[in-house]
Every structure is written in structure tokens, then in C-alpha cells.
Design a protein around this ligand. Structure first.
Ligand code: AFP
Length: 333
């Protein structure tokens, strides 16, 4: 149920509470604009023939869809009007995009413009995941480069995701509570519908791609088998997996449970990317009372050494993430 408070009003409330200059509010407002443009593109993509693959691969070696390119272009164009953003680290770009004329920008943006784009052709949920870091002061005046981005998730200033499902939702934290806003498409405005979200404790659903089982190590296999056998609040634990991280984390944020992307023999570092998937979602979930780990370390404590670094990910309620840690045990390599 909408409360009548809009997303931009919430940004200004955050700003007033922290005595900030308004630069962060501007960045968040631009992300919300990109999200509304993207929601509209996604909705029309089938009509105007923008589904399907481009035939190219991205820096991750993954096939690129037309909407991946469109999403990345929208984000870059919208951020051109946010001079406080010095650079963007995107899933779709091999190198940092240094914003022209923004050498004195005090923030950098990490973003997965269209997370779960594999769902586009089947009308499945997708997302945009973002994180905003303050640039190291000594780098001010220099064009943004990768050194600006190699910061642990704990240093994020704000993070969140947009979910393109039956409704479009904007969920974020600027270091305080986690709030969720739903887009009223008829007037193009996000309204607060989920104030101060706290992730429910107690065994919820588990989300993991079980087709990877033959590539897991024994501990991972045993751990998932234990989750499968456990009882939740309302009977046996159920599995739910959508192929879009933002959608799975959204479900877990509202209902409890845990999402897992363990290492596999072909991907010993896991699949998901630290800077624009794992760390922003870990920051958000921890501000909602949950937790995230790579199996050994809190995701928020990992300082990346490269832009597109991957880590395993276990994210969800504190109890379920502690259970993952307990089952995986110490000394996991
Ligand atoms: P795409 O953005 O390439 O569709 O990948 C989605 C994703 O990064 C994440 O959103 C999913 O949770 C995960 O990959 C799904 O990966 P599997 O297909 O290997 O289960």
C-alpha cells in the first residue's frame, strides 16, 4: 500500500538527516530516472523487436542481448548529467567509463544495468543493481580509473536494486533503513510502499541453481542437501530460483531465506561479480538485518583487486547465512 511519500522526497529526507550537500540525492534521482526509462524499454521490447541476442559477448564471455546494450547506454546517458559521478564500472564495459568533464566528481557508480537479462525473452523478472562509492580524495581532479573502485563493500555510501517484475520496484539504502518504492506507471513516480524493511528470521526458502550439483565440492553438496531436508516456519523448506539475482534477493528480503551461488569446478570463484552484484546487495541486506558471505569472509570485508572480480555468494537472513557458514565449516578453499 502506497504511503504517498515519493522516492525523491525520501532522498531529500536522507539528505536533510545527514546534512549532506545534495550530490548523493542527485545521483540517486538520476538512477531512478534511468530505472523508469529502462522499465519502459523492457515493457515495449517485444513489440518493437528489441528482444534477442546481438551476436556479441561481453567482457565476462557471456552472450549480449539487445536490451543489455540499451540498458548500459541509458545509464551512461543519464549519468552524463550527474557531474558528481566521476566514473562508472559496468558489467557491460570492460574498462571503467570515465565521465567526460567529471574529473572532480566525488562519487563512482558500479552497476549491473540489466541483471538476469536471460529472462527477457520469456517475460521473467529482471533487475538493475547499483552501488555508489565515494572516491578517494587524493584522486580528485584525475580521470576516473579502476583505482577508484577497489574499495570494500563496507565503504559503500548507498546501494540498491530496481526490480522489473509485475511492478517496478526501487529498493535502496543510503546507510540507514532499507526502503522499497513501487512505480505508479500512470504518472511515472515511485511511491513508498515498503518502509524500513527487515528481513524475516527463521528458515525461509533457499535459492540455488541445483543443476550445478555435479560441479560442487562435497561440502557444498552436503550443505544444500541439509537445507533441502530442513523444515521452515510453514513446512519443508521450498526451493525458489528465478535466474535473476535481484529478483531472488528481493523475495528473500521480504520473506526470509538464503540465496547461494557456490563455486563450481568450472568457476572456482563463483559466477557473480563483487563490485556490481554481491557487495551492493550485501550492503543492502545487512542494513535490513541480514548477512552475506563468500563462505569464508563477510562480503562487505572483501577489497576487490579487479573491476570484474567474482566471488561465491551466500546472502540472506542472518540465521540462514550462519547456518551456511556452520555447514561449510572453517578453512574452505
Ligand atoms: P545474466 O545477467 O547474464 O542473465 O546472469 C544473471 C546472473 O548474473 C544472476 O542474476 C543470476 O542469479 C545468475 O546469473 C544465474 O546464473 P545461472 O544461470 O548460472 O544459475
Amino acid at each position: 500500500m502506497a504511503t504517498g511519500l515519493t522516492l525523491s522526497e525520501q532522498f531529500f529526507r536522507d539528505q536533510a538527516a545527514s546534512g549532506a550537500s545534495g550530490d548523493l540525492s542527485t545521483v540517486l534521482n538520476r538512477i531512478s530516472l534511468a530505472a523508469r526509462m529502462l522499465a519502459s524499454e523492457i515493457m515495449r521490447a517485444g513489440f518493437v523487436g528489441k528482444l534477442g541476442l546481438t551476436g556479441d559477448s561481453n567482457v565476462q564471455g557471456e552472450q549480449v542481448r539487445q536490451l543489455d546494450i540499451i540498458s548500459n547506454d541509458i545509464v551512461s546517458q543519464v549519468m552524463d548529467h550527474a557531474p558528481m559521478i566521476a566514473g562508472i564500472g559496468s558489467e557491460e564495459l570492460e574498462d571503467v567509463y570515465a565521465m567526460p568533464g567529471s574529473e572532480h566528481g566525488k562519487y563512482v557508480l558500479t552497476i549491473d544495468p540489466l541483471d538476469g537479462s536471460g529472462n527477457v525473452d520469456v517475460d521473467g523478472a529482471m533487475g538493475t543493481i547499483f552501488g555508489i562509492y565515494r572516491r578517494p580524495e587524493e584522486r580528485s581532479g584525475l580521470p576516473a580509473d579502476v583505482a577508484d573502485f577497489l574499495q570494500p563493500g563496507r565503504d559503500l555510501v548507498a546501494a540498491g536494486y530496481v526490480l522489473y517484475g509485475p511492478s517496478t520496484m526501487f529498493v535502496y539504502t543510503a546507510g540507514g533503513s532499507v526502503h522499497g518504492f513501487t512505480l505508479d506507471r500512470s504518472i511515472g513516480t515511485f511511491f513508498l510502499t515498503h518502509p524500513s524493511i527487515r528481513i524475516p528470521e527463521g528458515a525461509g526458502t533457499y535459492a540455488v541453481n541445483e543443476a550445478n550439483e555435479s560441479e560442487w565440492d562435497d561440502r557444498t553438496r552436503d550443505m544444500v542437501a541439509t537445507f533441502r531436508r530442513q523444515q521452515s516456519r510453514c513446512g519443508p523448506r521450498q526451493a525458489r530460483y528465478s535466474g535473476a539475482l535481484a529478483a531472488d534477493v528481493h523475495r528473500i528480503l521480504l520473506r526470509g531465506g538464503v540465496f547461494m551461488y557456490p563455486p563450481t569446478s568450472s568457476r572456482p570463484e563463483g559466477k557473480l561479480r563483487l563490485l556490481y552484484e554481491n557487495a551492493p546487495l550485501a550492503f543492502l541486506i545487512s542494513h535490513a538485518g541480514g548477512a552475506a558471505t563468500d563462505g569464508r569472509r563477510d562480503i562487505l570485508d572483501i577489497t576487490p583487486t579487479e573491476l570484474h572480480q567474482r566471488t561465491p555468494l551466500y546472502i540472506g537472513s542472518s540465521g540462514d547465512v550462519a547456518e551456511v557458514q556452520r555447514l561449510l565449516g572453517p578453512g574452505r578453499d
